[in-house]
Design a binder for this molecule. Structure first.
Ligand code: FAD
Length: 306
């Protein structure tokens, strides 16, 4: 728990980010969780996933941008991704973080930027998932999502909710009323006990409660986890309720439990892999280390190997 908080704290340090991004041995290790630095390398990674029966969601890493020009560059990047998905025929949608589009300084600009991506996806028959970031932006992220969902249909834009937040069960109920497609995950940020369950047991219990509510709704949702207990609970639930395998999908991160990704795809479940790329990988990479202390040993071992 302490190691997790320390790593998440470090993920926010700008100075460390600059150092790590320039430090070659550290950079080399990111390939475990990050597909590459550009769109074309990522397309190749997605082709390989498609070949083993997995779909993908394309993610350009660049959270917490601070200028209007940067947000405009992000819009161009995502339009380019959507065009390349069409041109190459790979099976992938896209995931975006609203801080990429200016959420830290101008929510209205963020809405306009996100809308431009969603509109492009709608035109192409593709889908945009809005990732959920830390609890300081939960409300505004949901507000922007709801505005977009009011304009675009169910299969064009969806949201992420995190089971570690105390508010999430209510949010799931609320979002299902719209209705809308949800990706449920446990949550990856450092949160105070007032807003998030400090105990894993409560996070897991809430995850299962939310999963059940979602899968009963008949809307196509994403069950995002590498936790075999959460997967087993989902499989048992859909069997018990006779919910079809094609009415939801499992989702996992690139480089995490590839064995399980392949197994679920082989068993006929929808399996989508979140595939991030880009030069600004530091905060994403640090969150992956925080999720599993053994990953830190992997990093240290590789650093000392040179
Ligand atoms: C597709 C997808 C999208 C996501 N989107 C968001 C989002 O928008 N917002 C957000 O806050 N979080 C997001 N997350 C991250 C999520 O919140 C969790 O931090 C992460 O998935 C770990 O939780 P878990 O369910 O795998 O369970 P845990 O209990 O954390 O892990 C269970 C087991 O899975 C394996 N595992 C988990 N993580 C790792 C890792 N990094 N490296 C190696 N093994 C690992 C380990 O064996 C571990 O014991 C996303 C996750 C996925 C899969």
């Amino acid at each position: 728990m302490v190691a997790r908080s320390a790593l998440l704290f470090l993920s926010r340090r700008e100075g460390l980010k600059d150092f790590a991004t320039r430090f070659k041995p550290f950079k080399k290790m990111t390939t475990r969780f990050v597909a590459g630095e550009d769109i074309e390398t990522t397309i190749q990674a997605i082709r390989e996933l498609n070949a083993i029966g997995c779909t993908a969601t394309f993610d350009h890493l660049n959270e917490s941008v601070t200028t209007v020009a940067e947000t405009e560059a992000e819009v161009r990047e995502y339009k380019n991704i959507l065009a390349r998905i069409d041109e190459t025929g790979i099976k992938s949608n896209v995931s975006i973080k609203l801080t990429q589009f200016g959420l830290g300084f101008d929510p209205e600009l963020t809405y306009r930027n996100a809308r431009a991506i969603v509109e492009d996806a709608a035109r192409r028959g593709n889908f945009v998932r809005i990732d959920m970031e830390d609890s300081a932006v939960t409300e505004v992220t949901l507000d922007i999502f709801k505005r977009l969902r009011a304009e675009f249909d169910l299969n064009t834009v969806g949201i992420v909710l995190q089971s570690y937040l105390r508010r999430t069960y209510d949010d799931v109920q609320d979002v299902l009323k719209i209705p809308a497609r949800i990706r449920i995950c446990k949550g990856a940020y450092n949160e105070p006990a007032e807003v998030a369950f400090p105990d894993k047991k409560d996070v897991d219990e809430n995850y299962v409660r939310c999963m059940k509510l979602m899968l009963r709704s008949g809307v196509y949702h994403g069950i995002a986890t590498h936790d075999e207990k959460m997967i087993e609970a989902t499989v048992n639930f859909v069997n018990q309720e006779s919910i079809g395998k094609d009415t939801f999908e499992f989702q996992m991160l690139y480089g995490v439990r590839r064995d399980l990704q392949e197994k679920l795809a082989r068993e006929g479940y929808g399996m989508r892999v979140y595939v991030p790329y880009g030069k600004t990988w530091y905060p994403y990479f640090m969150r992956r280390l925080a999720e599993r202390p053994a990953n830190v040993w992997f990093v240290l071992k590789n650093l000392f190997k040179g």
